[in-house]
Design a protein around this ligand. Sequence first.
Ligand code: SER
Length: 320
Amino acid sequence: MAKVMVIGATGQIGSELTIELRKKYGGNNVVAVTRKSEFPKEMLESGPCEKWDVTNKEDMKKSVKKHGVEIIYQLASLLSVTSEKDPNAAFQINLIGLKNTIDVALECGVKKIFWPSSIAAFGPTTPRENTPQRTVLEPTTMYGVTKVAGENLLNYYNTHYERYGLDLRSLRYPGLISWRAEPGGGTTDYAVAIFYEAIKTGKYTCYLREDTMLPMMYMPDAIRGTLELMDAPREKLTVKGSYNFAAISFTPKELAQEIKKLLPEFKIQYAPDERQKIADSWPKKIDDSQARKDWGWKHEYDLAKMTKDMIENIRKKLRK
Ligand code: SER
């Protein structure tokens, strides 16, 4: 059984992906790593958990060696809004963290790395409708800058696979929506917060304009897609950087209308803030046909199916 490490295991993606990986590889074969947050009980009890910082290469090396790790998911990252508040920290965690992971992987015989990119790799000069796989990458956020630079690093090492023997894989995630893990500091966070507020208070004030269309995805699709990409035969993968990865696109108004079908009393207001500018620089809809062609990506959840599942599960979680 492969030895796997998830760095950023308590984050938005990590907290669900780590549990799935432990089901797949066995709890003891998946090391969960976080910098400072507390591990949830389920994670603490189902396998090894460690605390160190992705910017500390020596700590990473010791841990990778100790566990004989073969596959690393390097998910530690600051999201778009937090990255704008502290661009230097974003550069260190998002980009130096990735380079450290690559360096340690090469020194310690790790075979495969997964690293998340984002729709934030695109910018205002990118076509916003059906954004192609290969297009202009001129982001206006530090988060986006770290994603483009990271994609280029992956492209470099994958291009020179004969020399380095390291297999790096990546997805440009859209906004991710889950009832389990709440995001923090992202531009697409409204699409999670709206559900909690709709159930708790019956109303929500959205920080984006009602017509702001963004690419989004329900977390079960995102987790399954990530595992499918990691399992795909390397010779099928034609993208050496990061794959466009899409499911649904909607506006806050469309999401509110869908929620109203199940919670008719729900009321939404709009008070756009500085996050609007970030959202306006990102695509509305992504063309992910290359992922569908190369490794058979297919999403399952549309807006209606996701909304129903979110409301049912948050109600259970909050006992409402
Ligand atoms: N969900 C992220 C954000 O909003 C995009 O990758 O920052």
